[in-house]
Ligand binder design. Structure first.
Ligand code: ADP
Ligand code: MG
Length: 746
């Protein structure tokens, strides 16, 4: 007879013992935990060794956590009204710490008694010369507390607040191998496991008393109630091939690992599994798309392309440009829809590639649409394209939010009657009322500003979907590209046009501004132009503006004979453009700006990029900004200005910029330093990056293995009929239903 299943994974979380409607509400709102299964998949973010105890006399000021055992000597209340604190003087015979509560004084003093033994866990701080632990975790000491282990070297275990598994493994010899707890039995909170889970909780949750240890109690309860082994989610042949622990062991072990060794094993399975299913989804989608979606076949290269190539090309193409154009041409001639990502560092000449592809489209009676992230950039593209095309009979038009009335009407009509060959614009081009006669190629510049959705909207602008070329100057680390753009083919321009000198990058402290200004003066005297960029934080535009205004005044003072332009986000677009234009024409020597100039703007005579408060920029952003100079043949400079007080991490980041001009390397380093969640582009990309266990910055090898396996499975079982894979297709289906971000890909 089947034993009764006490808890089902799809059950509402409120029915889990210890939850109830109120907590269920909070869990749902704060952590999106709605079912028992959701809680099961809410993994700890770190683990804390709870087998070791400190003596109070060993406590120092900079420990992230301590666990002590002792008794409360006495209670004391301090302050009045809302500022009342409850203090418990706690001692283990080697010293005294104060346990402090700012809330819940009544509950605490009723629950805990003097002269009984408790285990206390928390972060020690120093307040008025005394050690205290605010809002500690406190529990009755187990009966065998007499055998508590004090370990002489344990401090190294707590070396870092966000110690992760790798650090832990280094310390593995220090970990107690307490494996007596029975597999599958939920451990009592204090006794068995050596590593206790710590869960992220929100501020709202903490205020309502739902801290990490409350969540831990819930997961412990949950695992205890699940008396049936959790069903396997990978086919047995895969589990065997990689010697993975079972799904059941993995899911229990990730919450309550019995040892550091087990934790490592279950984590590696879960990481692999997570990435494997993401890759299955992407690769399957890619396969289905390429086999289903026919594209417009661009049969030939004709008059427009050739005439441009032989008579108008302003300079010989670089080898990389030639190669990339060939790749794209082949794609567009294949009869299948192209979906290609073109990566090329700032200044590598992507615009020219875009233009030549558009000319191929024209030769095949098709229109091209080029979408840029900002109006300035769209307008600059328009000028560049018109400039390069000269008197060729190719009609290029602009469509942005500022193109209105009759002008707009004319553009829209030209698109419909087919007389407009190339449309350049912003988001405005994907609006529903923008209709083309025969759109054959959609080029999206600086993809990281656009979401997958916008890409998809482009497809719908023609009966047969147009070819799509996504261009980005933010080099994307390989691991990220495999996940973010795993469904795209990739071309890379890995060569800069000849004659460019590498930009010299220097770190300059505020205090040395005088010599910085003198260096700028020298460049201006040589006839060059200078950018000075201020950071922009959306939350406090006023402050930003003040920074910029102050900087502007200082520059005016120091360079009274120079003309200075000023551009920021709060100016009207026409004003902004006029100022930019003055700088681009060489009427002004210095341009003081916020990051509005970040992408695309091209002023070859500018040779100095000064970035103020450089610590407030991401590496990719710094790299983008730096790419604004070094576009002519002159030696260019990028100066990163900070004050003396910067963090170790900032120092590292600035050093990376000083050492490298390679966008790919910088992107890799950025990913390592900041993690994928913060990386520019991921948030807006339409795919929330909520990988639960895997980390794209660190798990590149696992990702590659997972992708290879996914490809293998798809190749070996194209009809999806092999019974050995049945589990897998079912699981994929399940995941697609529950994961928003996978839905976004297709
Ligand atoms: P990005 O890839 O950043 O968009 P651009 O297309 O703006 O780069 O090109 C940067 C600069 O390099 C432009 O001034 C462009 O005219 C120039 N350029 C592009 N291709 C070549 C080439 N093959 N030889 C010389 N200069 C080139
Ligand atoms: Mg560009």
């Amino acid at each position: 007879m089947q034993p009764e299943i006490m808890l089902r994974l799809d059950q509402d979380i409120k029915y889990l013992q210890g939850v109830g409607p109120q907590r269920a509400d909070i869990l749902g709102k704060e952590l999106n935990i709605k079912t028992v299964g959701d809680l099961l998949e809410y993994f700890p973010y770190k683990y804390v060794d709870r087998t070791h105890f400190y003596r109070i006399c060993e406590i120092t000021g900079n420990m992230p956590y301590v666990q002590i055992v002792g008794e409360i000597l006495s209670f004391e209340t301090d302050g009045t009204g809302r500022k009342t604190r409850l203090i418990a003087h706690f001692s283990d015979g080697t010293g005294v710490v104060d346990l402090v509560w700012f809330q819940g004084a009544k509950y605490i003093s009723q629950t805990y008694d003097c002269h009984r033994r408790y285990v206390v866990f928390g972060k020690p701080t120093i307040f008025k010369g005394r050690f205290q632990i605010a809002h500690p975790e406190i529990e009755k000491a187990p009966d065998d507390a007499g055998q508590i282990r004090y370990d002489a070297h344990q401090q190294s275990l707590f070396s870092s607040e966000d110690m992760d598994v790798d650090d832990m493994l280094l310390n593995a010899h220090l970990l107690a191998s307490n494996t007596s707890a029975q597999q599958g039995n939920a451990p009592s909170v204090l006794s068995s496991p050596s590593l206790r889970p710590a869960y992220n909780t929100s501020d709202v949750m903490k205020k309502r008393g739902m801290n990490s240890s409350v969540v831990a109690k819930l997961t412990a309860k949950l695992l205890q109630m699940l008396d049936q082994p959790l069903p396997e989610t990978l086919p047995p042949y895969i589990v065997e091939r990689y010697h993975f622990p079972s799904r059941d062991e993995a899911m229990r072990g990730i919450h309550y690992p019995q040892s550091a060794e087990q934790l490592r094993r279950v984590q590696s399975r879960l990481k692999f599994e997570e990435l494997f299913y993401v890759q299955m989804n992407i690769l399957r989608y890619k396969r289905n798309r390429t086999s289903n979606s026919n594209g417009i076949r661009f049969e030939h290269v004709g008059e427009a392309f050739n005439s441009f190539f032989y008579h108008y090309l302003p300079f010989p193409l670089t080898g990389a440009q030639k190669r990339v154009i060939k790749e794209i041409r082949k794609d567009m001639g294949s009869g299948k829809q192209m979906n290609r990502l073109l990566q090329g560092d700032v200044g590598s000449g992507k615009t020219l590639v875009a233009l030549m592809c558009a000319l191929i489209a024209k030769d095949n009676a098709c229109q091209t649409c080029i979408m840029a992230p900002t109006e300035i950039l769209a307008e600059q593209h328009l000028d560049t394209l018109r400039g390069m095309l000269g008197d060729m009979p190719v009609r290029v038009e602009l469509l942005t939010g500022s193109v209105k009335g009759k002008k707009r009407q004319a553009v829209l009509e030209g698109l419909l009657d087919g007389s407009v060959d190339i449309l350049v614009g912003t988001h405005a081009v994907i609006e529903d009322n923008v209709l083309f006669q025969h759109l054959g190629l959609a080029i999206i510049d600086e993809q990281h500003r656009f979401g997958v959705e916008q890409r998809a909207k482009m497809w719908k602008k023609n009966v047969v979907p147009p070819h799509v070329l996504v261009m980005t100057a933010t080099p994307i680390p390989r691991t990220l590209a495999m996940t973010l753009y795993g469904d795209l083919d990739v071309s890379v321009i890995d060569e800069l046009p000849p004659g460019r000198k590498p930009i010299v990058t220097q770190h300059c402290f505020d205090a040395h501004r005088k010599s910085l200004n003198m260096a700028i003066r020298k460049q201006i005297d040589l006839g060059r132009q200078v950018y000075v960029v201020y950071p922009l934080i959306k939350e406090s535009e006023k402050l930003d503006l003040k920074n910029l205004e102050d900087g502007y005044e200082q520059i005016r003072e120091f360079f009274p004979d120079c003309k200075v332009s000023k551009v920021h986000g709060q100016m009207k677009s026409a004003e902004k453009d006029a100022e930019m234009q003055r700088f681009a024409n060489g009427e002004t020597q210095i341009l003081v700006a916020t990051t509005v100039i970040e992408v695309g703007v091209n002023v070859p005579n500018a040779s100095v990029m000064v970035i103020e408060n450089a610590e407030r920029f991401g590496l990719s952003q710094l790299h983008q900004l730096r790419g604004r100079v070094g576009r002519g043949a002159e030696q260019s400079f990028c100066i990163l200005v900070t004050n003396y007080k910067i963090s170790q991490e900032t120092r590292k980041r600035i050093q990376i910029m000083v050492d490298s001009t390679d966008g790919f390397e910088i992107a890799e380093q950025d990913l390592k330093l900041r993690g994928p969640g913060d990386l520019e582009g991921t948030a807006q990309s339409g795919m929330a990056f909520d990988l639960k266990v895997a980390n794209l910055a660190r798990d590149g090898m696992v990702l590659q293995a997972a992708r290879d396996l996914a490809q293998e499975v798809l190749d070996n079982d194209p009809e999806e009929q092999n019974p050995a894979n049945a589990i897998l297709w079912r699981r994929l289906q399940e995941l697609r239903k529950s994961n928003v971000y996978w839905g976004a890909i297709s």
